[in-house]
Design a protein around this ligand. Structure first.
Ligand code: ADP
Ligand code: ZN
Ligand code: ZN
Length: 754
């Protein structure tokens, strides 16, 4: 075996480039890609890093430092992961170390993984049935001890004639309602003994298996067409209307892969969604099904990680349901990746780097494993649909709902008219109230969607118009009534509710606009008998809050659920018939080239929650502009024309998917300095890219946490490979970083901003 002298190491730093260290003789046999090592970097700091390459080319520096130690001989990171990290860092212009930080649950806990130990109780000898009966009979005088022994015997499977298993001590104590002291007493008598066993940290491992559902004819032909597309293409878009049964089709595709012994990754954009889908999957696939998202603790994440890595272990997860970061799990043999709600913006990470798109990265990951990818959506992104009509991806369509239930009927309620005619009750139009009243009368359920949390987006002095803003950001403060505070949604700064105007000292401060909290308050007044709940970032801070809310709604303990975009996607409720969209205007008027696409998707998505089982649902959209072209398209669920309209606009103005976009954000705490440096970078980039450069401009939110912000956008032609352009961008930024005083700038690059 050749012995390599040097190793390139990925360190968890935002510094571009790889770091080369010398391999000491003692460990040369063990150093290979994927192992974790400790090295010194910058002064005396010690870091854990991952070896990504071993070689013999001496770097051009004088003193190559040696690796200090190796953490574990077994690689923590496999070759697919290393490849994915490299791809993400090259494509999204960040360091591999930044990818490493996003990818690892926590490097410390990953290499010091300790199984969780729990105390179990078992019989202290091989007692026969008659012996046990005798023991139970001796114990007559100690009825509490007798209780414990019989609880143990029934929990251990003995009473049912099964093989006797150890039983968790906590479980015995709670079942027999006994104390640890009594258990000690019976242990002392020599009948039971305690042992220590490692247990899973992940709760609820159910191993019940139901056969998967038979597909309808339409679903069956879609399923077959996906498979025939796969003969020629690696990526297929499943464009299926809401409630057409896309999830059931995925389940059939998953089953085929699991039978072949392959791993499957099923991605969702929102944690809330995993709650329902995980049950649907476990029902069929049982304990091989795992879930992964950011709400798990580090030790839990590490356990999931290990169970994915150990594909051939008895407790391995072969089907993972996960959000964005699940692409980083140590898959060894993927057969299929499903990206559900592929159009969803939450797949893109905004801050910090790596600013990766999990759908696009998943496609790369699948390619590395020679696996297939299904992208699913009722309203695909313009990018994806464009790839499908161009033939780059396969395309299959499913145009009917399961059970041939009609798509919900949509009613436009003109809120401007209603205000003018004084027909509004609080923020509700007569049309919405009527629909809600009907539904409540029939004991059906309702969802109300409002894309703002808090009570009111801003408060204002009724005398002089003064509005309180954040002391660190250029944004209005949102009023939260529950805590009676003003809150900045960008930095979390809070202030108490002012009793008087900060400008003219009048006491006439009034709330403006409305968020979910206000809707909740007012709907309780309008429908005092209804049971009302709210699902948004503020009500779902605890680990199990999603689950509780979703269960309560499923069990019909809630009549009206109010929420932000969290409630708009993928949820499947049997008895939900009415959806209200409280303010379509603020979706449509957002200043972004994707605003129209996004509003269509959101409205289509949230409408899709209504009427999924027995009967057609109803959606009321409140808007001051019912003639709006996007709203007209939502009215007829006309995705294809929405696509055509958006595609032609984007082609005209050279927006993605007809160009590639790179956005550079430059931040400085001093506005003049920021202007100075951003102009330098802008000029430099224009010298290279000419008219492809837009800006520097101030973004809508021009200051966050005291940092002033300017953005520069570069639109690069699709036809050319982007690597060279990206190299020019990096070089321009490096030139800027060498300017005097530039070290107090913060520069962020966002490739394919979303
Ligand atoms: P989508 O993912 O397209 O929104 P779902 O897969 O959630 O649709 O299907 C909508 C509802 O119809 C779900 O409750 C699902 O269980 C049910 N359903 C869909 N297909 C079938 C089928 N073939 N047999 C029985 N129920 C089905
Ligand atoms: Zn005032
Ligand atoms: Zn702020």
């Amino acid at each position: 075996m050749t012995k390599f002298l040097f190793a390139d190491i990925i360190l968890p730093l935002a510094v571009r480039g790889r770091f080369t260290y010398a391999i000491p003789d003692e460990i040369v046999e063990d150093i290979r890609p994927g192992v974790m090592v400790t090295v010194q970097f910058g002064g005396r700091n010690h870091y854990s890093g991952i070896v990504c390459r071993v070689h013999d080319s001496k770097p051009e520096i004088k003193n190559v430092k040696p690796i200090i130690s190796i953490t574990d001989k077994i690689p923590l990171i496999n070759e697919f992961q290393l490849k994915l990290w490299l791809w993400i860092s090259e494509y999204y212009l960040c360091s591999e170390g930044e990818v490493m930080k996003a990818a690892l649950p926590s490097s410390a806990s990953l290499n010091s993984f300790k199984p969780r130990l729990e105390t179990f109780i078992k019989l202290s000898g091989n007692f026969s049935e008659s012996e046990l009966n005798i023991i139970l009979d001796k114990l007559k005088k100690a009825p509490k001890q007798q209780d414990i022994l019989s609880s143990y015997l029934s929990l251990s499977g003995f009473t049912d004639g099964q093989e006797i298993q150890p039983v968790s001590k906590a479980l015995i104590l709670s079942e027999s309602r006994s104390s640890a002291g009594i258990l000690e007493a019976i242990i002392k008598k020599g009948f039971l003994m305690s042992t220590s066993q490692s247990v899973s940290r992940i709760s609820g491992v159910d191993d019940y298996k139901e056969p998967i559902k038979l597909l309808s004819d339409a679903q069956e032909s879609t399923f077959k067409s996906i498979k025939s597309e796969f003969l020629e293409k690696d990526i297929v878009l499943l464009h299926g209307v809401t409630s057409s049964g896309k999830t059931e089709i995925y389940i059939h595709l998953i089953e085929e892969q699991l039978k072949k012994g392959k791993q499957v990754l099923y991605m969702l954009p929102e944690i809330a969604l995993t709650t329902q889908i995980i049950l649907r999957l476990k029902r069929h696939f049982g304990a091989v099904t795992g879930v992964y998202h950011s709400r798990f603790s580090d030790p839990e994440k590490v356990e999931i990680w290990k169970r994915v890595a150990g594909k051939d272990q008895p407790d391995s997860y072969r089907l993972i349901l996960g959000v964005r970061s699940s692409i980083f799990l140590p898959f060894t043999d993927l057969g299929l990746i499903i990206v559900d709600e592929e159009h969803d913006g939450s797949y893109k990470q905004h801050d910090p780097a790596p600013r990766y798109h999990a759908r696009d990265s998943a496609i790369m990951l699948a390619a590395m494993h020679n696996a297939k990818t299904v992208l699913g959506s009722a309203s695909p992104s313009i990018e994806t649909y464009n790839n499908a009509v161009n033939g780059k991806y396969g395309l299959t369509e499913l145009k009917e709902r399961y059970g041939l239930i009609k798509l919900p009927s949509i009613i436009l309620a003109n809120s401007r008219e209603a205000y003018r005619k004084k027909l509004m009750v609080s923020h509700f139009t007569p049309e919405l109230l009527q629909a809600m009243d009907d539904a409540l009368g029939k004991e059906e359920q309702i969802i109300l969607f409002q894309n703002r949390r808090g009570f009111s987006p801003y408060i204002q002095c009724s005398e002089c118009g003064w509005i309180p803003v954040c002391i660190q950001c250029a944004v209005n403060l949102t009023y939260h009534k529950g805590i009676n505070k003003l809150v900045c949604h960008y930095c979390g700064y809070t202030a108490s509710m002012p009793s008087e105007c900060g400008n003219c000292h009048s006491t006439g401060m009034v709330t403006r606009g409305f968020g979910t909290e206000k809707i909740e308050d007012e709907i309780k007044i309008v429908f005092p008998a209804a049971r009302v709940a709210r699902m948004d970032q503020d009500t779902t801070r605890n680990k199990n809050s999603f689950k509780k809310l979703i269960r309560a709604f499923e069990d019909r303990r809630i009549d009206i659920l109010i929420g932000t975009q969290m409630i708009s996607k993928g949820l499947d409720f049997e008895n939900l018939t009415v959806v209200g969209i409280l303010n379509a205007d603020n979706l449509l008027n957002y200043p972004d080239f994707r605003a129209h696409e996004r509003s269509f998707q959101l409205m289509e998505q949230v409408s899709g929650r209504a009427g999924r089982r027995q009967k057609q649902g109803k959606v009321v959209i409140q808007t001051s502009d019912p003639a709006n072209k996007i709203i007209r398209l939502v009215l007829t669920h006309d995705y294809v024309n929405m696509f055509r309209m958006q595609a032609s606009e984007r082609m005209t103005f050279n927006y993605p998917p007809f160009s590639r976009m790179v956005k550079i954000s430059i931040k400085h705490k001093d506005r003049t300095q920021l202007n100075y440096f951003s102009e330098i970078l802008g000029r430099d980039l224009k010298n290279i890219f000419g008219k492809r450069v837009l800006g520097p401009e101030s973004p809508v939110i021009s200051q966050v946490q005291l940092w002033y912000i300017k953005t520069i956008i570069i639109k690069i032609e699709r036809e050319k490979p982007p690597a060279k352009a990206k190299q020019f961008i990096i070089e321009a930024i490096e030139r800027l970083e060498k300017e005097k005083g530039a070290s107090s700038l913060r520069i962020a690059i966002d490739v394919d901003p979303y």
